[in-house]
Design a protein around this ligand. Structure first.
Ligand SMILES: C[S@@+](CC[C@H](N)C(=O)[O-])C[C@H]1O[C@@H](n2cnc3c(N)ncnc32)[C@H](O)[C@@H]1O
Length: 209
């Protein structure tokens, strides 16, 4: 079954969930080739489970910022097109390389997402940027990488409030980050990712022309 967002759903022991077909990576439930995409382990998964209008269609070229060990990007690559996965920490990147071994369309890049000039020669224009960097300056990271996004493309970002300011009210942090994002993107939709992820805001945006 495929719903309008283009991400398949599959039934696991009587419960329907977002799912992709591919090599299992993090102990997720499986059924034959199907692997359950756990929204509790993935901010993008939570955005999908909450019904946000991500514009995902399958087969899209994707730049993924903050890939960590590859939990979410493994699902993205399962149903997407060429998928460039940027992560700056060497330890999780080692696990990401194993995830990429099972996916010929997944290209790990041990790079800093604040320095897009270091991977601009490798990454082609993309339809989607997924961002989950959980670092200070999340709006700036999105702005710096806007150059890779096709005009009709989408930014799908998870903003972690405590990465910007541990003491501030998350609502205030979200307002500030969204205001800064609006300098380079039109923000189409925002939604808090609770109960899957506390104090995180899911953002769907498209580049300003
Ligand atoms: C919350 S984790 C990502 C989890 C992952 N997106 C998933 O769902 O499987 C955030 C990751 O962003 C990485 N990160 C933070 N700042 C970064 C930067 N400037 N460039 C690249 N990676 C960064 C961290 O090392 C960490 O692995």
């Amino acid at each position: 079954m495929t719903l309008p967002d283009g991400v398949p759903r599959h039934d696991f022991d009587g419960t329907t969930s977002i799912a992709t077909k591919g090599h299992p990576e993090y102990g997720e439930a499986t059924d034959g080739e199907w692997r359950r995409w756990d929204p509790h382990r993935s901010k993008l998964g939570a955005m999908l489970a909450l019904g946000m209008d991500t514009g995902l269609e399958g087969g899209q070229k994707t730049l993924y910022l903050g890939a960590a060990a590859g939990t979410t990007v493994s699902h993205v690559a399962d149903f997407g097109g060429p998928t460039y996965a940027v992560e700056f920490a060497p330890r999780p990147t080692r696990d990401l390389l194993d995830v990429a071994d099972h996916r010929e369309n997944l290209f790990p890049l041990l790079k800093d997402a604040r320095k897009p000039e270091t991977y601009a020669h490798v990454v082609e224009p993309v339809d989607v940027i997924v961002q989950d960097v959980a670092t200070r300056g999340q709006a700036r990271v999105a702005a710096l990488n806007r150059q890779f996004l096709d005009d009709g493309g989408r930014l799908l970002a998870a903003v972690k409030a405590r990465s910007e300011d541990v003491t501030a009210d998350p609502e205030d942090v979200f307002d500030e980050v969204v205001a800064e994002l609006q300098e380079s993107y039109e923000v189409l939709e925002t939604e808090q990712l609770a109960p899957y992820h506390e104090d995180h805001l899911g953002v769907v945006a498209r580049p300003l022309e």
